[in-house]
Design a protein around this ligand. Structure first.
Ligand SMILES: Nc1ncnc2c1ncn2[C@@H]1O[C@H](COP(=O)(O)OP(=O)(O)O)[C@@H](O)[C@H]1O
Ligand SMILES: [Mg+2]
Length: 229
C-alpha cells in the first residue's frame, strides 16, 4: 500500500506556503491523514549542498552550476528527506503534501539549457529521481501561476519585514522570468494542474485560489478511492 503525493509548485512568492496551510486545514476538517513536507529542507543537515548552491558558494550566477549538477544537489535533499522523514507515512497511506519537489528542478534548471535540449533534460531528470533514486512520483502537481510583478511585490514585503537576504535565484529577475516560461513548458509536458492566481492583472483572493486547489486535489483523491473500492 502506498499513500498519495501531492505537490504544490510555483515561483517564489506565488503563495505556496499560504495555500499549503489552507489545504492542510481542509484535510484536517475532512479527517484525511496528511503530512506536510518542504523542499529545500533548509533546517536539515542533508540540504547543505543546496544551501551552498543557493548561497552562491559555487558562484553567484545560477549558470555557474550546470543544470545537471544543480539537479543532483537538490536530488540529495529529496532522497534523504524521503528516507528519513516521510517514507513510512507515505507507505502507510498518509497523504504527503509537499511544497516543491523534483518538478522544481524543471522550473529552475531548464533556463540554463537551450530549448532544443529541454525534452532530453526532462526525460533524464524523471528517470534519475523516480527511476534510479526511487523516490515516489507525484499523483498530482498543482502549479500556482502568479505573474512576476505581483509575486515580487509580495516578496518585497517579506524581505523588508525579515531583513532576509535573497538567494542567487531570488536576486536575479530575468532568470526568474525565464523560470516562469520553463514552468509552463513543464506544466504542459507533465500535465500539471495550473491554477491562475491573478485575474486581469490583479491578485485573486487567497480563498478563491484555495477553493480551486481543493477541488483539483479532491478530484484526484476521490478518483483513486473509487478505483480501489
Ligand atoms: N492571493 C493572495 N493575495 C494576497 N496576498 C497573498 C496571496 N497569496 C499569497 N499572499 C501573500 O504573499 C506572501 C508570499 O506568499 P507565500 O505563501 O509565502 O509564497 P511562497 O511560499 O510561494 O513563497 C505572503 O505574505 C502571503 O500572505
Ligand atoms: Mg514558501
Amino acid at each position: 500500500m502506498s499513500g498519495k503525493l501531492i505537490v504544490v509548485e510555483g515561483l517564489d512568492g506565488s503563495g505556496k506556503t499560504t495555500q499549503m496551510g489552507l489545504l492542510e486545514e481542509a484535510f484536517h476538517a475532512k479527517n484525511i491523514l496528511c503530512r506536510r513536507v518542504k523542499f529545500p529542507a533548509y533546517d536539515q543537515p542533508f540540504s547543505a549542498p543546496v544551501r551552498m548552491y543557493l548561497g552562491g558558494e559555487f558562484g553567484s550566477d545560477p549558470g555557474d552550476v550546470n543544470a545537471y549538477a544543480a539537479a543532483t544537489l537538490f536530488a540529495v535533499d529529496r532522497f534523504a528527506s524521503f528516507k528519513k522523514i516521510w517514507q513510512k507515512d507515505y507507505q502507510s497511506g498518509t497523504v504527503i503534501l509537499t511544497d516543491r519537489y523534483t518538478t522544481s528542478n524543471l522550473t529552475y534548471q531548464l533556463p540554463k539549457l537551450p530549448r532544443s535540449e529541454w525534452d532530453d533534460y526532462l526525460a533524464w531528470l524523471l528517470d534519475f529521481e523516480y527511476g534510479k533514486l526511487g523516490i515516489p512520483k507525484p499523483d498530482l502537481t498543482v502549479f500556482l501561476d502568479m505573474p512576476q510583478e505581483l509575486s515580487q511585490k509580495l516578496l518585497d514585503k517579506r524581505y523588508h519585514a525579515n531583513g532576509g537576504k535573497r538567494d542567487i535565484h531570488e536576486q536575479n529577475r530575468p532568470y526568474l522570468e525565464a523560470c516562469r516560461e520553463s514552468a509552463h513548458y513543464a506544466a504542459e509536458k507533465l500535465g500539471w494542474s495550473v491554477i491562475p492566481c491573478s485575474e486581469q492583472g490583479a491578485l485573486r483572493s487567497i480563498e478563491s485560489i484555495h477553493e480551486d486547489i481543493l477541488k483539483t486535489v479532491m478530484a484526484v483523491l476521490d478518483k483513486d478511492k473509487q478505483v480501489s473500492e
